[in-house]
Design a protein around this ligand. Structure first.
Ligand code: ATP
Length: 517
């Protein structure tokens, strides 16, 4: 799977999806730029999210808040005091790690060991294998499982109590070594604040200290009353936003999975106190449908409840995706209580209450949020779509292909127009005419270089769902051939019907219907 991850990373660069930032200066760690195909795919992901959140719902509206906010925002939100990760350095390798992640990796290895034992036993006992009984009685499995549980418990406790010494002791007791050098020569574990900061031009000192927002949510909280008043929304209602967030991540070695500058798509849903768990379940289910509507293999998505609740939450769950490096968080759904609004109310001295005309009372609403990283979603789509396969009935170079099986609605280029031969001006001209018509409706590419097989490969590699070949039948009968990226089937469609045919295939409608199921 590591191999697959490397291939995806290389593919992203080669086909203009993602480049390392400022690459001519050897890049900047965990910062990336999106290329011509990348930006199209990213825009489509944003659009899918925005349409299903805002366009589809009468009780959700959008905003676009500034990245810079008054510095007291971050005091109220708890980020100045509590947005920390436990940092540990290895004295020999001079590498820096998150201590909690080192312990989690250690636990994952033990879990893999258990699974291996179980699989071995399954192979040995065949049909008669009773997995539950085996897990409950096999001494080796029991011993490892006990170790897993005890380690996880100590990790949870030390994080909950903010006890960095206990976390350091856990590294020692588990004999955890630097994964790169094998050394166990660790410094003490200490908290590291993840916020980047800068200075406002005309104010010196602490007063002028500005933070780059580590989440988009606070822009929504501070605008809660503005939006409620101006959009005439009544609780329950939501505010949605897509925007950049910044975190000075300690370990950021997983391509766009963990970046220092990334993009979030967040929606804060304001509800009556006491109704938050109902809405929490509602949004859990809606968000899973959103992912599944894209045709994502259901085995690649799962819920994962948080054991360590963030400082603001009373319930939290992740939607995890099976990335090439295992199941990891793709999206978070959090019940944030009235923590943020209450603290902003206290620190700003402004009432952030809602008058509920139904119950005739004022209250600070509770909040359920859904928060997904656009970049992680991008990586999930590439991981699931990347495919190397044999092409039936083809020979030589054409006998295999790399194809990105993206949902057609998300593909960076929706159709390509390919004149069969470059040296036949009448074909090129006709293809150009078709292209000029289709570009009014779609992201469309015109390509007349190289043999047709090569051009198909290029389009497969960027996930173009439909290639339109303009050949002699087009000149004689006015039909063009559409080749389907996945099935490789070809259909002949009258030239005037091409736009309609593609429009039907890539319409938002069925996707949005499914997402809302
Ligand atoms: P993690 O545990 O992976 O650090 P988190 O729980 O801190 O993530 P949240 O604060 O819940 O993440 O942020 C919401 C979403 O933003 C995440 O589900 C993820 O998709 C995205 N996200 C968070 N941090 C990053 C990052 N450094 N790079 C890219 N996306 C991120």
């Amino acid at each position: 799977m590591e191999d697959l991850f490397k291939k995806i990373t290389a593919h992203c660069k080669e086909y203009g999806f993602i480049y390392p930032s400022s690459e001519i200066y050897d890049g900047l760690s965990a910062v990336y730029d999106y290329g011509p195909n990348g930006i199209n795919l990213k825009n489509n992901l944003r659009e899918y999210w925005w349409k299903s959140m805002v366009q589809m719902r009468r009780n959700i509206v959008g905003i676009d808040a500034a990245i810079f906010m008054h510095p007291r925002t971050w005091k109220a939100s708890g980020h100045v005091d509590a947005f920390n990760d436990p940092l540990v350095d290895n004295r020999d390798s001079r590498k820096r790690y998150r201590a909690d992640q080192l312990v989690e990796d250690f636990i994952s290895k033990l879990e893999a060991k258990v699974e291996k034992e179980v699989e071995k036993a399954r192979a040995r006992f065949g049909e008669s294998f009773d997995e539950i009984l085996y897990r409950q009685t096999n001494p080796r499995v029991l011993e490892t499982q006990q170790k897993i549980d005890a380690t996880a418990q100590r990790l949870t406790k030390s994080l909950a109590q903010n006890d960095m010494a206990a976390l350091g002791q856990l590294l020692t007791d588990c004999e955890i070594a630097d994964p790169e050098s094998g050394s166990r020569n660790w410094t003490e574990v200490r908290q590291f604040n993840l916020m980047f900061h800068t200075q406002l031009g005309n104010i010196a000192g602490e007063e002028g200290k500005l933070y780059l927002r580590p989440e988009t949510a606070q822009g929504i909280f501070v605008n809660f009353l503005n939006v409620a008043k101006t959009s005439r929304q009544k609780i329950p209602f939501g505010i949605a936003q897509i925007g950049k967030a910044f975190r000075n991540e300690i370990v950021a070695r997983q391509f766009i999975f963990r970046m220092r500058e990334f993009e979030q798509m967040e929606m804060q849903f304001f509800v009556r106190p006491g109704e938050e768990m109902e809405w929490y379940d509602y949004w859990k289910s809606k968000r899973m449908s959103w992912h599944q509507a894209l045709g994502t293999d259901p085995r690649k998505l799962r819920f994962h409840d948080h054991e360590n609740l963030a400082h603001y939450a009373n319930a939290a769950v992740d939607i995890q995706f099976d990335f090439p490096f295992g199941f990891r968080e793709l999206e978070g759904i959090h019940s944030r209580t009235d923590f943020d609004l209450k603290n902003h109310q206290e620190l700003s001295g402004k009432r952030l209450q809602y008058f509920d005309p139904e119950s005739n009372e004022n209250y600070v609403p509770y909040v359920v949020e859904t928060s997904i990283g656009c970049d992680r979603m991008f990586l999930a789509m590439l991981s699931q779509g990347y495919c190397e396969e044999a092409v039936p009935d083809a020979e030589g170079e054409a006998s295999s292909r790399v194809v990105l099986k993206l949902h057609p609605r998300l593909a960076p280029v929706q159709c390509a127009v390919l004149p069969l031969l470059k040296n036949k001006p009448e074909l090129v001209e006709r293809a150009q005419r078709i292209f000029d018509d289709l570009k009014l409706a779609f992201h469309c590419q015109f390509d007349d270089k190289d043999a047709i097989g090569r051009r198909y490969r290029r389009q497969d590699a960027i996930g173009t769902p439909y290639c339109i070949t303009v050949d002699f039948d087009t000149l004689a009968e006015g039909t063009a051939t559409i080749r389907d990226r996945d099935s490789l089937e070809q259909v002949h469609i009258p030239e005037q019907g091409l736009c309609r045919w593609i429009e039907d295939k890539i319409s938002w409608r069925p996707l949005l219907e499914k997402a809302d199921a």
